[in-house]
Design a protein around this ligand. Structure first.
Ligand code: SF4
Length: 389
């Protein structure tokens, strides 16, 4: 292995340039790559549709959870053209349970745009990909590298952790992002492999290999971050980069990445109303824009900080035949990205003749599984009905 050289950053930690790192990573990846439903076998070409679908699903969601959803989507819509002709309702229904529903809306909008504006083929550059709905810098880089072999390194949370430990980046996140991006790109190998004429043959082939395998370099780092360089107790003894990891050498690798202190959102409170009519449940659809846009929910009060139970109860739906609401013991809690939520649950039964208030509807409880219910609503309904759906 080449020895570490060149301390490079000014007061932001120590960086080394080690030409062997990209080769070590690729070698490790060839032996230990994870088998994932969206990942082609070694030597096979990646399908841009599968790469894109998996990357969107994997945003804020783990591999285990995503696997079955990915298979379901692929069975129903085998290519972007098919997904581009699906209805948004169907896509939201299929997505239900994965959370962060704006991703599903963008997924649908993106498939429509690829079909309509790009003849059903994803653009093959980062810039082209970024012009599509729901594709930000990370996803564009991931698709460009993995599906099209573009020489770029997508940097997600896993890769941030590996790189910040490897180079002992002292600057806290999120300010450190540009530096980490720059350092991560060094793991792709020689930066100008196309200057092939000016290089010796063996150097040419090594750099060329790293260049054409940009997607593998990225996936190698992703795998390393999820299986070896884990947030707690990284398995450094098994790491292919342990020979020149600055964090490991210092013994404080677990303290990276440094993070700026973050203010947690204030707790919001509200009430949810689980109303049954025989074996039907009263539901409504949330507004298209905003949190959980377009998803199905039982009626609720507003969700506000410092809201008391009595105020929340005054926002109950108006239905004939409800003499009093029954408050279920306990509360349902849920944590959104920006705030935690606490809902008390009220229940009521109404007669078979009761009509749904405006903009609400009755749905059979037996078909609730087909509704685009977010997780928080699944918890509320389970709490209200006393059974899982
Ligand atoms: S040696 Fe340890 S801390 Fe450093 S990159 Fe490898 S697993 Fe992470």
């Amino acid at each position: 292995m080449n020895s570490p050289a060149i301390a490079k950053t000014k007061g932001r930690g120590v960086a080394f340039e080690v030409p062997a790192r990209p080769a070590l990573l690729l070698d490790w990846y060839d032996r230990h790559r994870r088998r994932l439903p969206w990942r082609p076998l070694a030597g096979e070409r990646a399908d841009p549709y599968r790469v894109w679908l998996s990357e969107i699903m994997l945003q804020q969601t783990g591999v285990k959870t995503v696997g079955p959803y990915f298979e379901k989507f692929l069975a129903r819509w085998p290519d972007v053209d098919a997904l581009g002709t699906a209805s948004l309702d169907d896509v939201l229904r299929m997505w239900a349970g994965l959370g962060y529903y704006s991703r599903a809306r963008n997924l649908h909008a993106c498939a429509v745009a690829v079909r309509r504006d790009h003849g059903g083929a994803f653009p093959d550059t980062e810039q082209g990909l970024r012009s599509l709905p729901g594709i930000g810098p990370y996803t564009a880089a991931a698709i460009a590298a993995i599906a099209f072999g573009r020489r770029t390194m997508p940097v997600d949370g896993n890769i941030e952790r590996v790189v910040s430990r490897l180079f002992a980046v002292e600057e806290p996140l999120p300010q450190a992002k540009p530096l980490i991006q720059e350092l991560a790109a060094t793991l792709l190998g020689e930066s100008r492999a196309e200057d092939a004429n000016s290089r010796a043959d063996d150097a040419k082939s090594r750099a060329g290999d790293a260049k054409s395998r940009a997607g593998d370099s990225a996936q190698a780092l992703m795998d390393l971050g999820s299986s070896i360089c884990t947030p707690k107790k990284p398995a450094c003894a098994l790491c292919p980069l342990n020979g020149d990891c600055v964090g490991r050498a210092r013994g404080d690798q677990e303290t990276f990445p440094r993070k700026a202190l973050k203010k947690a959102g204030a707790l919001r409170r509200g009430a949810a109303f689980v109303v049954t009519r025989g074996d039907e449940l009263l539901v409504r659809t949330r507004p298209e824009k905003g949190l959980l846009g377009g998803m199905t929910e039982v009626p609720t009060s507003h969700w506000l900080a410092a809201q008391g139970d009595k105020t929340a109860l005054t926002q109950a739906p108006m239905l004939k035949g409800i003499a009093r609401w029954h408050r279920k013991a306990g509360v349902v809690t849920h944590v959104f990205t920006h705030f935690p939520l606490e809902l008390v649950v009220y229940t009521a039964n109404v007669s078979a003749r009761a009509r749904a208030p405006e903009a609400m509807r009755w749905v059979p409880i037996s078909t609730l599984r087909d509704e685009a219910l977010p997780n928080v609503m699944r918890k509320v309904i389970a709490h209200g009905l006393g059974e899982n759906i």
